[in-house]
Design a protein around this ligand. Structure first.
Ligand code: HEC
Length: 166
């Protein structure tokens, strides 16, 4: 009997480990299948949230071009870079792409759910350029920062060409 209980305990802890590993990686390994798996109260809300978030990211990028290229002012850029890193990330954005939330009201192409890993790779590419951007800005290397800003913008456009309707 004791042995039986111990075996059961091991089995349960094994399952728990698997389950939590799945939950930690959910934003990267698979799209949320249903709104109940997300913090959103409806699919519509998730679509509107991600569109507003992306608009805000676009205006942050514009402000950063002004700070770093026009004004060469790394000090003003600093808080905006921090915000960009948090918001323009796979972790922040991917959970809002609930499976099937394309169609009216969204410009997302349905292929992004079929190619979820590749879609994720697009965000990771963008994140790497943002890291380079932050390093350059912190070092006051404005030419390198300008290049990293352009590279970041290119990674936005590259994903849009593949996964967003014009
Ligand atoms: C890996 C893919 C991917 C990357 C990277 C990406 N986007 Fe997008 N973006 C999308 C998709 C998909 C949509 C369509 C969302 C929708 O309408 O549901 C979108 C929509 C947008 C929109 C329109 C929002 C609206 O008003 O409806 C803007 C603005 C935008 N992205 C800006 C950016 C900027 C700026 C970057 C880079 C810093 C970026 N995106 C990086 C996939 C991406």
């Amino acid at each position: 009997m004791r042995v039986g209980v111990a075996t059961l305990a091991i089995t349960i802890s094994g399952v728990a480990t698997l389950a939590s590993a799945g939950a930690n990686a959910d934003s990267l390994n698979a799209a949320p299948a249903h709104v109940d798996e997300t913090r959103f109260s409806s699919e519509r809300e998730a679509v509107m949230w991600r569109q507003q978030e992306l608009k805000d990211i676009e205006s942050l990028m514009r402000q950063l071009r002004f700070d770093l290229v026009n004004n060469q002012d790394a000090q003003s850029a600093k808080p905006r870079l921090k915000e960009l890193k948090e918001r323009a990330s796979a972790d922040n954005l991917m959970p809002a792409f609930i499976a099937g939330t394309h169609g009216p009201g969204s410009d997302a192409r349905p292929e992004l759910w079929e190619e979820w890993e590749r879609f994720g790779a697009g965000f990771h590419d963008m994140e790497q350029h943002i890291d380079t951007l932050i390093e350059a800005a912190n070092a006051g290397e404005y030419r390198a920062a300008a290049k990293a800003l352009s590279d970041t913008g290119r990674s936005c456009k590259s994903c849009h060409r593949q996964y967003r309707y014009d």
